[in-house]
Design a protein around this ligand. Structure first.
Ligand SMILES: NC(=O)C1=CN([C@@H]2O[C@H](COP(=O)(O)OP(=O)(O)OC[C@H]3O[C@@H](n4cnc5c(N)ncnc54)[C@H](O)[C@@H]3O)[C@@H](O)[C@H]2O)[C@@H](O)CC1
Ligand SMILES: Nc1ncnc2c1ncn2[C@@H]1O[C@H](COP(=O)(O)OP(=O)(O)O)[C@@H](O)[C@H]1O
Ligand SMILES: [K+]
Length: 496
């Protein structure tokens, strides 16, 4: 079973479940403090340590880890923020037992420390930081000390919401039991630096109901990889259809090549007859089929010739695209569909009709919007009009549309209507390049054509795409992503 990712509420609930089965709240802080001290000692074996303790249980962890580091002979100072504030009994107990002298917070001391441990505020943050605390964070950031955050860098809560003008940027973040949303979603993930998850005695059974949110890692889809079988011919490996546009013909070509390299045995581009020559001249392994009318185009996906269809890359966001999507999808016999780009924007004025089509269709659909396309289909769930986090927004969109929603970005989220969701946490900003999304959609279609379930194909494609971005790095263009797919397959092959 994969480790799940928790939101703040789920973490507090897991805490309560662990306490109910006999681990005391005092010992949770005890374990957290000792485990964090170990990590700090290993990462920075020498140097003067300053621990900043806040008024909550995050501060409780700070007192405990300071004592532990002191026992190991480290030079440690402890400074308190809001010491007079009422705290939990267990945080108070750890404060009283602290083996290091408690000093008032003094910003001039930051520069003298080699390592500053931020145990000011943790995931329980609920309101904007006071101006005084923001100033403390600013002087800490300006100092030359290495910053180690306990649970989360002060200024962001467990769900990744930012409550500070300038939250702290840590070099290392030590968190407990499981990663929280703040550790996987952008931009908070980038404030954490390296992230270490340590054990404090909680177990997956303490998370009830289960979170169903995971990091997108090979363990999620590895056992379902469609390796070709010795006796298969190309159509048994899987056939895919990619609808090509009439103006931006490059998009569908990139998608089709990525689809073929992802392993579809036969990939076909379908396009209007007047642009057939453009496609036919430039494609070799990919077949090109021409249609003369919209009904002919739609009919191509009414038979079971193909196992997967991709519609959208390079298609104009206009009524004819909307009509093509509806007419092809409603009567399709192809089980898996990817709807992307122009085919998403075509429904901007009436997203409900797309969702109705998806609910009515026999196909399983993956929608692959970036935030802009997402805002057109789900305006109330858009980034700046909804306070909810990206996982929640994608989950609601999936439930509403009946499709798997793959919401792109530096923290791509895949959410299924059944509630499962996954976040891609390792990626490359060089993927922000024209045509990169077309390659992603194509790879997904290739995996679907080979019979992978939409949930797994979506996640595997996102992972492969990110991996290609990480390997290629600076200078990559979408064509390179296509070229690198065999290397990614070799990498996956070596994992097995
Ligand atoms: N299983 C767990 O979740 C465990 C959590 N532990 C620690 O406990 C922390 C959570 O503890 P708490 O719930 O006490 O929360 P925090 O320590 O994060 O802080 C909450 C406290 O700060 C106050 N506060 C909230 N927003 C504020 C603001 N903007 N300015 C000033 N004060 C503010 C609150 O009134 C409360 O007193 C975690 O981050 C973690 O470090 C560990 O002790 C052990 C186990
Ligand atoms: N800053 C970033 N870091 C990592 N990946 C990114 C970043 N920005 C975009 N991407 C990825 O690059 C791809 C871009 O897709 P899309 O926006 O559809 O572009 P296009 O339409 O030009 O192909 C998506 O897979 C997205 O997740
Ligand atoms: K903290």
């Amino acid at each position: 079973m994969m480790d799940s990712i928790l939101d703040t509420e789920q973490m507090y609930a897991a805490d309560r479940a662990a306490i109910a089965r006999g681990i005391s709240a005092y010992s949770l802080i005890d374990r957290a403090g000792v485990a964090a001290a170990e990590q700090i000692h290993v990462r920075w074996p020498t140097g003067k340590i300053l621990v900043l303790c806040g008024p909550g249980n995050n501060g409780g962890d700070g007192y405990r880890l300071a004592s532990q580091l002191h026992c190991w002979g480290r030079a440690v100072r402890v400074m308190e923020y809001a010491p007079q504030r009422a705290r939990s009994a267990e945080a108070q107990a750890h404060r009283e037992q602290c083996l290091v002298a408690l000093e008032p917070l003094d910003e001039t001391a930051f520069e003298a420390a080699d390592i500053v441990v931020d145990a000011l505020l943790g995931m329980g943050l609920q309101r904007p930081l006071s101006a005084a605390l923001q100033t403390v964070l600013q002087s800490l950031q300006a100092s030359s000390a290495s910053i180690c955050a306990i649970d989360v860098p002060t200024g962001i809560d467990g769900n990744g919401r930012c409550w500070a003008e300038a939250p702290l940027q840590a070099a290392l973040t030590i968190t407990f039991f499981r990663k929280k949303l703040a550790h996987v979603l952008a931009p908070s993930r980038f404030l954490c630096g390296e992230i270490k998850v340590v054990d404090i005695g909680l177990c997956e059974e303490d998370v009830t109901p289960p979170s169903y949110l995971y990091e997108n890692q090979p363990a999620l889809w590895q056992s379902a990889i469609p390796w070709p079988q010795p006796l298969q011919h190309k159509y048994q490996r899987g056939a895919a259809l990619v609808y090509g546009g009439s103006e931006m013909t490059g998009a569908a070509r990139l998608s089709a090549l990525a689809c073929a390299r992802a392993g579809a045995g036969a990939t076909t581009i379908a396009c209007a007859s007047d642009v057939w020559a453009i496609y036919a001249q430039s494609m070799q392994s990919v077949m090109v089929k021409r249609w003369h009318s919209l009904s002919q185009a739609a009919a191509l996906s009414h038979s079971s010739t193909y196992q997967a269809v991709l519609i959208g890359p390079g298609l104009a966001p206009e009524p004819s695209t909307q009509e093509l999507v509806m007419r092809s999808l409603l009567q399709t016999q192809v089980s898996s569909w990817v709807v992307d780009a122009g085919a998403l924007t075509a429904f901007a004025s009436q997203p409900e009709s797309l969702f109705e089509g998806i609910h009515t269709s026999a196909a399983q659909v993956i929608l692959t919007p970036h935030e802009g396309e997402f805002a057109r289909l789900f305006p109330d769930l858009a980034l700046h009009s909804n306070q909810k986090n990206k996982v929640e927004r994608a989950r609601q969109a999936a439930a509403r549309s009946g499709a798997i929603v793959l919401l792109k970005g530096s923290d791509t989220v895949v959410a299924s209507p059944d509630g499962r969701a996954a976040v891609q946490t390792q990626s490359s900003p060089y993927l922000a390049s024209a045509g990169s999304g077309d390659v992603l959609a194509g790879m997904m279609t290739g995996l679907l054509a080979q019979g992978m379930s939409p949930w797994l194909a979506a996640n595997m494609a996102v992972w492969m795409h990110s991996q290609a971005g990480l390997i290629l790095g600076a200078g990559l263009i979408a064509e390179d992503l296509v070229q690198s797919i065999p290397t990614i397959w070799q990498q996956i092959g070596r994992m097995n």
